[in-house]
Structures are given as C-alpha cells and as structure tokens.
Design a protein around this ligand. Structure first.
Ligand code: GAL
Length: 368
C-alpha cells in the first residue's frame, strides 16, 4: 500500500513538473520574411524579432531570398523545431498550400503578416489598408497635376505596379487606378504607352532593375520625340527607384515628373529630397510588429479577438472582417493599420516617429 502511495505521489509530482515545465517554457514563434533585398523586410524582421524576444518568447527568424521553395522549406523547418505560432510574409500568396496544411495538422496557428496567404489555415491577417495605399498614390497625382481643374489641358502618365505573386500588388494598383480612371476615360490623363492592365505594368519580385528596364524602353519608344511625361505612378519605392533612374538617364524633357512610391526606404527619401521622386506612402512597420505581438499574445492566451483588442493596441488600427478572403467566401479577420503620405515638406513626421534622424547633409537616416 505504502509502495502504491509512493508511486502515485511520484507520478503526481512528475505530472505537475511536466505541466510546470510546459507552462514556463516560452512559446516559440516562427517569423518567416520574404527577402533581405528590399529594405523594409529587414526592418520588419528585426522589429518582430526584438519585440517578441523582449516579451519573453523564443523566436526563429528566416529570410527566404524571394524564393518560394526556400520559404516552404524554412517554414517546414520551423514546424519541425516545434514552433507554437507562425508569422509569415509570403513571397507568393498562392504557393504555401502544402506547408499551410502541415501547420494546420500540427495545430500551429498562422498570422499572415503584411501579405495575405491564400489558404484557410491562416487565422488572422495583419497589414496596412492596402487599397488605401493605392488611393493615396492616385490622389497625390490627382492633386499634384490639379486634374479636377484641368479644363482642356491634358497630362501624360505611365504606371508601374508590383509583383503579381504578392496579393497586395493588385490592391495598390486598383486603389490608384480607381482614382485616376475617370480622368483617363475623359482624356485629361493619357497613358501614352497604352499600358493600363495590371498584367502589363506589373513588376516580378518588385525588382528595381525590371522597373528600370521597362521604364527605359517606354521612354525610348513613346517619349523620345519630345512628348512630355507628367507623372509615373509607381506602387512602391523599389520600383520607383528604377523608374526615377530611367527618367534621369533616358527622358529628354526638363519638367519635374511626379513619381509616387511606398515604404519610406532611405534611398527613396534621398530621392525625394533631391526631387527625383515626389512622394512615398509611409507604413510604420514598427507599429505593424506591435500589433502582431499583441495579437499573438491574445491568440496564445485564448483571449477574445475583435474590435476591443484592436482599440487596445495604442496604434490606429481597424478590425476588418469583410475585406479579405483566404479562399472564395472564407473571410479572414484582419487588423489594418493606417498608411500616410510623405513628401519633401513633411519629412519631419518621419523624424517624429523616432525611427529616422535628419543628417547634417539634409538626408534622412535610420535611427540607431
Ligand atoms: C508589399 C508591401 C509593400 C512593399 C512591397 C515590396 O507586399 O506591402 O510595403 O514593400 O511588398 O516588398
């Protein structure tokens, strides 16, 4: 009897030890970022990693060099390493089905970070309002050229959109095009190349070189005869970088061309100071990490997730259960932060975030 009691007691002790160990072992978070070749993802990766670590989590952070196969591998390794939650910015939103099914089988929840993944294993989506990013770019062109009061005047524009594999790219382009469509139809705005379809203006992997080459070709084919180029709508900074370079080298006109962008990359902010790019839509990715951490904590603690959580972040963020679907009819609850417009006139707003400093040379740098 005594022996039995001792056995039961030691079993009880063993069990409580296991419970304690698992209650105390920090949850492990897999953070899968697309590439280090674009500035913003370096910032996203390190903010996420730092913030999760300082909140007491273990983390695994990977970059997959814009190679979808490699991203699948990286995520599979995270699953074998026993991660408790995945945060993924997909290279190709349609290419992660197998590994998403594996995550679901292993009971590992997924937050789609910034870019949506087309698989119902995704529990939540954290991003900026992507359509609004495009709207801001379109409205900027509309105001800069004063299209509403153009009368008989006409203006020439070209478009450069993002990576077709990135679910965001269509939203950015759609948001911008919807603002400008009426002016194009009315003849106030003319797309001289005639290229207005997303598929014609898209840029694989958001490549600066691809954007540069296409822009150089269009300038040579349609503007070499002295045709004036008034604006080039670019969906983000890496493509705007290529387009600005093409304009600098291959455009004969001497008017300032309105060039839009997105992300507030350091090199593009320098171009804004120098007048080679006109604006960038800024997304504070440190705040995107703040929202992701708060959401992950709520998921792990099994807390209620909704409006109330969104208003507790201390960062402007909408809880949206309508706009995004991971498959036809399957809505993905989303937390959408608010983007803003930066031009040479309000660079101070970036300094005010604490993430940039103004150098003595008049150019912004990343804060240490
Ligand atoms: C998008 C992202 C943008 C931009 C682009 C290129 O998905 O939302 O901020 O960085 O990718 O990487």
């Amino acid at each position: 009897m005594k022996k039995l009691l001792a056995l039961v007691l030691s079993l009880v002790m063993m069990c409580s030890c296991i419970v304690m160990a698992s209650a105390e072992a920090p949850a492990k978070i897999g953070i899968s970022m697309p590439t280090q070749s674009l500035e913003r993802w370096n910032r996203d990766g390190s903010y996420l990693d730092e913030q999760f670590k300082s909140a007491g989590f273990d983390t695994i952070l990977t970059y997959s060099d814009n190679d979808s196969g490699r991203q699948v591998n990286d995520i599979q390794n995270m699953l074998s390493d026993g991660v408790n939650l995945l945060i993924i910015a997909a290279i190709d939103g349609e290419a992660l089905n197998t590994v998403m099914d594996e995550a679901a089988e292993a009971g590992v929840p997924v937050i789609a970070y910034d870019r949506l993944i087309m698989n119902d294993a995704v529990s939540y989506y954290v991003s900026f309002d992507n359509y609004t990013v495009g709207t801001l770019q379109g409205q900027y062109v509309e105001t800069a050229l004063d299209l509403a009061n153009a009368g008989d005047k006409t203006y020439n524009i070209e478009f450069t959109a993002g990576d077709p594999a990135d679910n965001n790219a269509g939203y950015f382009f759609g948001g911008a095009y919807d603002v400008l469509k009426g002016y194009i139809e009315a003849g106030t705005l003319k797309v001289v190349s005639g290229q207005t379809e997303f598929s014609a203006v898209a840029t694989a992997a958001w490549s600066t070189d691809t954007a540069l080459n296409r822009a150089s070709n269009l300038l040579a084919s349609y503007y070499a005869d002295g045709t004036v180029l008034d604006a080039w709508l670019c969906s983000n900074d890496s493509t705007a970088m290529g387009v600005a370079q093409a304009i600098e080298s291959n455009y004969a006109g001497n008017n300032a061309v309105v060039v839009t962008g997105q992300d507030g990359d350091i090199a593009n902010l320098a171009n804004i100071v120098d007048g080679k790019q006109t604006m960038t839509v800024y997304k504070n990715v440190k705040n995107e990490a703040v929202v992701t951490l708060a959401l992950a904590k709520a998921m792990i603690a099994n807390e209620e997730i909704g409006e109330a959580l969104a208003s507790s972040f201390g960062v402007a963020c909408a809880y949206d259960v309508e706009s995004y679907e991971t498959s036809e009819g399957h809505k993905c609850p989303s937390f959408l932060l608010v983007p803003s417009v930066i031009t040479k006139d309000n660079l101070q707003e970036l300094v005010d975030t604490g993430l940039y400093v103004m150098g003595d040379d008049g150019y912004l740098k990343a804060a240490e």
